[in-house]
Design a binder for this molecule. Structure first.
Ligand code: ZN
Length: 316
């Protein structure tokens, strides 16, 4: 049997945040990402699911947040992703260091595999990195961050696996190649430009706890539902316990806890974020899947109010 298709890289990373308003502010106003979908957590509809990315929500640029308003603080540790990295042009790192410092964000500069980076958190403990890359991509800008400095997309993630060897074999099957090691950090890569890097820490970190300030899961791209089904079969054959194929409206997904303990999702590129609202107004109104539409009023009343930056600007 032939192996199902390899992944071109990360589709999205989903993290747990605290305050909905603070989440919206940090990822749009400070990071300059676009809110491409305002919806709810399909598994817990009284919680938002906020999708941030480039102006179209291109897979590989997406960072999504579940704001757990009254949730418990998490602890970053094993087995979890321990940081999410996004890419910016190499020459823009000083701009970002200044910008983050002005916002009161405590930034640490670092160097890894010959690339410079900034490490910090989102104000609620979520570990983030901006990695300076060589890029000819023109990028996209908005009133918050000009085009030349804008975040280009996901760079990669760092995983603290409970079994680095087994996690490595999953990455290998997905199409990642081992490209280097620095200390306990082992780097895997696919050829793509967005979300092409996964670092696995070959060390025993203390155990983590899911909650505010931790990553919920990491999703890898697959071309279509056929590939998703093929992967699901392979995962079952390997003795893992993937979910059935879930309809996430904007993509189809299978979730599985890989043998190193990290929750992983496989997600299709399509149908994309323009399926329920025009590209020009992505993220402007609450979108619900058909099966929740009948409860829209009740759900709306339970969700915390969100003041969007652009609405604010219109008033002023
Ligand atoms: Zn996901």
């Amino acid at each position: 049997m032939s192996l199902p298709p390899r992944t071109p890289g990360l589709h999205h990373v989903s993290v747990i945040t605290g305050s909905s308003a603070a989440t919206l502010r940090f990822y749009t106003e400070i990071f300059g990402l676009k809110l491409v979908k305002l919806t709810v957590n399909y598994d817990d509809p009284f919680m938002y699911h906020l999708y941030f990315g480039d102006e179209r929500g291109t897979p590989g640029t997406l960072l999504t947040c579940f704001p757990a308003e009254r949730g418990q603080e998490g602890r970053v540790g094993r087995p979890q992703p321990t940081a999410t990295a996004l890419s910016v042009p190499r020459g823009s790192l000083d701009y970002w260091a200044d910008r983050l410092a002005r916002e009161g964000v405590d930034v640490t500069r670092g160097e890894r595999f010959g690339e410079s980076l900034l490490a910090f958190d989102d104000g609620e403990g979520q570990p983030l990195e901006l990695v300076g890359i060589e890029t000819s991509e023109r990028g996209w800008g908005n009133e918050n961050v000009p085009r030349e400095h804008a975040i280009r997309g996901l760079y990669g993630v760092t995983l603290a696996s409970a079994s680095p060897f087994q996690t490595a074999s999953v990455l290998d099957a997905l199409g990642f190649d081992l490209v280097g090691q620095e200390g306990v950090r082992v780097r895997y890569r696919v050829p793509g430009t967005h979300g092409a890097v996964v670092d696995v820490l070959d060390t025993e970190l203390p155990f983590g706890r899911e909650g505010i300030g931790t990553v919920h899961h990491v999703a890898f791209r697959l071309p279509d539902e056929e590939a998703l089904e093929a992967w699901r079969v392979l995962l079952v054959e390997d003795g893992l316990e993937p979910t059935y194929v879930k309809d996430r409206t904007y993509f189809r997904s299978v979730y599985v806890r890989e043998p190193g303990g990290v929750l992983v999702e496989l997600a299709t590129d399509g149908p994309g974020f323009a399926i329920d609202e025009p590209v020009g107004s992505l993220g402007e109104t609450l979108q619900l899947p058909g099966w929740l539409e009948a409860d829209r009023e009740m759900i709306g009343e339970q969700l915390p109010p969100l003041e969007r930056a652009d609405e604010h600007a219109d008033e002023g």
